[in-house]
Design a binder for this molecule. Structure first.
Ligand SMILES: Cc1ncc(COP(=O)(O)O)c(C=O)c1O
Length: 396
């Protein structure tokens, strides 16, 4: 199974789903005067906002739609540019592209997140926002990014799709920029199979986001609408069934991240000190989600040999997530005369060629984490995986 949330689907999710099935209300909209209507999506939105410490949350069909809705809500228009890291899932780019916005890629640093030192070099008069991605559950350097955004009058949209449950200096990821986007797909800390969330503390942005996700309607379709709808929207709504599963999962999020952090601590302790390796930089070691343990080798050659012995790949060869491995993005960039192809982001290429992702809670060959442990790993299993990793390093 891919992500920690899916390992822990149990009685709580079943009960919430049965509640919905017995109510007969499958849409998020129902008769509030009917006690059978359980308004799971509405409750989830309230609990998601409270959990992230934001004013409002909106549950959407996916992380991709959450990102696109956020960009549109922030008023970013065709021709504008947003700065995104060269290491992220394809959706960070496509959400911008389908909103008519040009994604401008920037280098990562050894945290595997946007390198603040590279962001300023990419700013042009067309830049409207920075989209830091908290890759593999590790918070981006938000102090530096918020500082750059403030000095250049840019908005910040946090792509927290891989980081639900994480925090940075005591604030939940997704709550630091103007808006934050989350994914609930099966690879994430909590899951409903699919789904996403937008959070913001700006009421106007929330109302715009709600309207974009539901045909221009006011939040919860409450109040006078006919004659008052000013924004065109689409349909990115979710059903009560998704709301039910996600609600049960959200109520487990702290237990999930606490468990992941504990397992990761043990795995790290068992492999620490191997010559020629170090761990990636964590911008908030307490707040990162603990879903993966990224190891950086001194050389790409050694990293490749170790990966082959473990039956996995270095991150640069892991497929998705690396700018150079996404042929459709490569073509998009090439057609517009934007930097593309191997060598376009040399620092990113170098770091990813020396990196191996060991799974802790997310087992995903597409992230290069085909080797490692999962959320239910015993101490014996952790010791066994650490020993295999050490042996591979020593013999490579
Ligand atoms: C960084 C990042 N952004 C966006 C997304 C898109 O989320 P979804 O698959 O829910 O559309 C993902 C999903 O893998 C992701 O990892």
């Amino acid at each position: 199974m891919p992500g920690p949330g899916s390992y822990w689907i149990g009685d709580e999710e079943r009960r919430e789903v049965m509640d919905v099935m017995e109510s007969g209300y499958l849409s998020r909209y129902g008769d509030l005067n009917d006690p059978r209507f359980k308004h799971k999506v509405y409750t989830l939105e309230k609990e998601f906002a409270a959990y992230t410490g934001t004013g409002d949350a909106l549950i959407t069909s996916s992380g991709t739609s959450a990102l696109m809705i956020s960009l549109l809500a922030m008023g970013i228009e065709p021709g504008d540019e947003v700065i995104v890291p060269a290491y992220t899932f394809v959706a960070t780019y496509t959400a911008a592209i389908f909103a008519g916005v040009t994604p401008v890629l920037a280098e990562i640093d050894e945290s595997l997140n946007l390198d603040p030192a590279d962001i300023e070099k990419r700013i042009t008069p067309k830049t409207k926002a920075i989209v830091p991605v908290h890759m593999l559950g590790n918070p981006s350097d938000m102090d530096a990014i918020m500082d750059i955004a403030g000095r250049h009058g840019l908005m910040v949209l946090e792509d927290a799709c891989q980081a639900c449950g994480g925090s940075y200096k005591g604030r939940k990821l997704g709550s630091i920029g103007r808006m934050g986007a989350f994914s609930l797909n099966v690879y994430k800390t909590i899951t409903a199979g699919d789904g996403g969330a937008v959070v913001t503390s700006d009421r106007d942005l929330y109302e715009r986001a709600f309207a974009i996700h539901d045909q221009g309607h006011t939040p919860n379709r409450a109040g006078l609408e006919v004659g008052n709808r000013v924004i065109l929207g689409l349909n990115f709504r979710v059903t009560e069934l998704l709301g039910a599963v996600a609600l049960a999962q959200l109520r487990k999020i702290d237990r999930i991240t606490d468990t992941l952090r504990e397992k990761k601590r043990k795995l790290k302790a068992a492999i620490e000190g191997i010559p020629g390796i170090k761990f990636r930089k964590l911008n908030d070691p307490e707040g990162e989600c603990g879903t993966l343990c990224t190891v950086l080798f001194d050389s790409a050659e050694k990293a490749s040999r170790v990966a082959a012995k473990l039956g996995t790949k270095t991150v640069d060869h892991s497929g998705w997530h690396v700018y150079v491995n996404m042929e459709h993005i490569d073509r998009y960039l090439a057609e517009r005369g934007l930097p593309h192809g191997l060598g376009a982001y040399p620092r990113t290429d170098d770091i990813l060629s020396r990196a191996i992702n060991l799974s802790v809670g997310v087992v995903d060959a597409g992230l290069g984490s085909a080797f490692g442990i999962d959320i239910d790993a015993t101490d014996e299993r952790i010791a066994e995986i650490a020993a295999t990793f050490k042996k591979a390093c020593e013999s490579s």
